[in-house]
Ligand binder design. Structure first.
Ligand SMILES: [Zn+2]
Length: 138
Protein backbone atom coordinates (compact mmCIF):
# COMPACT_ATOMS: atom_id res chain seq x y z
CA UNK A 1 0.00 0.00 0.00
CA UNK A 2 1.46 3.35 -1.04
CA UNK A 3 0.42 5.58 1.83
CA UNK A 4 2.31 8.66 0.65
CA UNK A 5 0.59 8.49 -2.73
CA UNK A 6 -2.79 8.23 -1.02
CA UNK A 7 -2.05 11.20 1.22
CA UNK A 8 -0.73 13.35 -1.66
CA UNK A 9 -3.89 12.64 -3.61
CA UNK A 10 -6.05 13.53 -0.63
CA UNK A 11 -4.19 16.79 0.04
CA UNK A 12 -4.38 17.83 -3.60
CA UNK A 13 -8.08 16.99 -3.84
CA UNK A 14 -8.97 19.05 -0.76
CA UNK A 15 -6.21 21.64 -1.15
CA UNK A 16 -5.28 21.39 2.53
CA UNK A 17 -3.51 19.03 4.89
CA UNK A 18 -5.76 20.01 7.78
CA UNK A 19 -7.35 16.74 8.92
CA UNK A 20 -10.43 18.53 10.27
CA UNK A 21 -11.18 20.19 6.93
CA UNK A 22 -10.57 16.95 5.02
CA UNK A 23 -12.77 15.00 7.44
CA UNK A 24 -15.63 17.41 7.00
CA UNK A 25 -15.33 17.29 3.21
CA UNK A 26 -15.36 13.47 3.33
CA UNK A 27 -18.34 13.22 5.65
CA UNK A 28 -16.20 11.85 8.49
CA UNK A 29 -17.59 13.00 11.84
CA UNK A 30 -14.99 14.20 14.37
CA UNK A 31 -15.96 14.42 18.04
CA UNK A 32 -13.94 15.65 21.00
CA UNK A 33 -14.80 13.67 24.10
CA UNK A 34 -13.22 12.68 27.45
CA UNK A 35 -11.29 9.45 26.84
CA UNK A 36 -8.94 8.99 29.78
CA UNK A 37 -5.79 7.19 28.66
CA UNK A 38 -6.92 6.83 25.07
CA UNK A 39 -5.79 9.48 22.59
CA UNK A 40 -8.54 8.65 20.15
CA UNK A 41 -10.31 5.95 18.20
CA UNK A 42 -12.19 5.38 15.00
CA UNK A 43 -15.44 3.50 14.50
CA UNK A 44 -17.92 2.98 11.74
CA UNK A 45 -21.65 3.18 12.26
CA UNK A 46 -24.12 2.78 9.43
CA UNK A 47 -21.33 3.40 6.89
CA UNK A 48 -20.38 6.68 8.55
CA UNK A 49 -16.84 7.00 9.90
CA UNK A 50 -16.61 8.57 13.33
CA UNK A 51 -13.37 9.85 14.83
CA UNK A 52 -13.22 10.40 18.56
CA UNK A 53 -10.41 12.60 19.86
CA UNK A 54 -9.56 13.01 23.54
CA UNK A 55 -10.68 16.53 24.44
CA UNK A 56 -8.03 16.96 27.12
CA UNK A 57 -5.13 16.85 24.64
CA UNK A 58 -3.27 19.92 23.42
CA UNK A 59 -4.28 21.30 20.03
CA UNK A 60 -1.17 19.77 18.40
CA UNK A 61 -1.92 16.39 19.94
CA UNK A 62 -5.52 16.60 18.78
CA UNK A 63 -4.35 17.37 15.23
CA UNK A 64 -2.00 14.40 15.24
CA UNK A 65 -4.60 12.08 16.77
CA UNK A 66 -7.23 13.20 14.28
CA UNK A 67 -4.75 12.53 11.45
CA UNK A 68 -3.86 9.09 12.84
CA UNK A 69 -7.53 8.14 13.14
CA UNK A 70 -8.22 9.47 9.66
CA UNK A 71 -5.54 7.07 8.48
CA UNK A 72 -7.56 4.23 9.97
CA UNK A 73 -10.81 5.60 8.52
CA UNK A 74 -9.28 5.60 5.04
CA UNK A 75 -6.87 2.65 5.18
CA UNK A 76 -8.69 0.32 7.59
CA UNK A 77 -12.35 1.37 7.58
CA UNK A 78 -13.65 -1.78 9.23
CA UNK A 79 -11.13 -1.88 12.08
CA UNK A 80 -11.52 -0.12 15.40
CA UNK A 81 -8.39 0.15 17.54
CA UNK A 82 -7.98 2.53 20.46
CA UNK A 83 -4.96 4.83 20.09
CA UNK A 84 -3.27 4.61 23.47
CA UNK A 85 -1.27 7.30 25.20
CA UNK A 86 1.63 4.99 25.96
CA UNK A 87 3.77 2.91 23.65
CA UNK A 88 1.56 3.13 20.56
CA UNK A 89 4.35 4.74 18.55
CA UNK A 90 6.46 1.69 19.09
CA UNK A 91 3.66 -0.69 18.24
CA UNK A 92 4.58 -3.38 15.78
CA UNK A 93 1.01 -3.74 14.75
CA UNK A 94 0.80 -3.18 11.02
CA UNK A 95 -2.29 -1.00 11.09
CA UNK A 96 -0.87 1.24 13.82
CA UNK A 97 2.33 1.73 11.84
CA UNK A 98 0.30 2.57 8.75
CA UNK A 99 -1.91 5.04 10.63
CA UNK A 100 1.18 6.77 12.03
CA UNK A 101 2.79 6.88 8.61
CA UNK A 102 -0.43 8.35 7.19
CA UNK A 103 -0.51 11.04 9.92
CA UNK A 104 3.15 11.98 9.42
CA UNK A 105 2.81 12.14 5.64
CA UNK A 106 -0.27 14.30 6.02
CA UNK A 107 1.22 16.70 8.54
CA UNK A 108 4.53 17.02 6.70
CA UNK A 109 2.86 17.36 3.33
CA UNK A 110 4.41 19.81 0.91
CA UNK A 111 1.47 19.65 -1.46
CA UNK A 112 -0.13 22.82 -0.12
CA UNK A 113 1.07 26.40 0.21
CA UNK A 114 0.40 26.94 3.92
CA UNK A 115 0.39 23.52 5.52
CA UNK A 116 -0.26 23.09 9.20
CA UNK A 117 2.83 21.59 10.77
CA UNK A 118 3.46 18.85 13.25
CA UNK A 119 6.61 20.22 14.91
CA UNK A 120 4.93 20.91 18.24
CA UNK A 121 3.04 17.66 18.07
CA UNK A 122 6.34 15.85 17.60
CA UNK A 123 7.66 17.46 20.76
CA UNK A 124 4.60 16.76 22.85
CA UNK A 125 4.03 13.30 21.44
CA UNK A 126 7.59 12.02 21.43
CA UNK A 127 7.15 10.46 18.02
CA UNK A 128 10.15 8.19 17.50
CA UNK A 129 12.71 10.34 15.76
CA UNK A 130 13.67 7.55 13.40
CA UNK A 131 10.10 7.51 12.06
CA UNK A 132 10.39 11.16 11.23
CA UNK A 133 13.99 11.36 10.05
CA UNK A 134 13.22 8.63 7.58
CA UNK A 135 10.81 11.09 5.98
CA UNK A 136 13.01 14.18 6.15
CA UNK A 137 16.29 12.49 5.24
CA UNK A 138 15.25 9.46 3.20
ZN1 LIG B 1 -4.40 3.62 15.72
Amino acid sequence: MDIKKKVDQLVRTHNTNNPYVIAEAMGIVVRHVPLGNILGFHTRQCRVSLIHVNESLSTEQQIFTCSHEMGHAILHPEVSTPFLKSSTYFSNEKIEKEANEFAIELLLSKEVVNPITVQDAIESYRIPKQLLYKKIYP
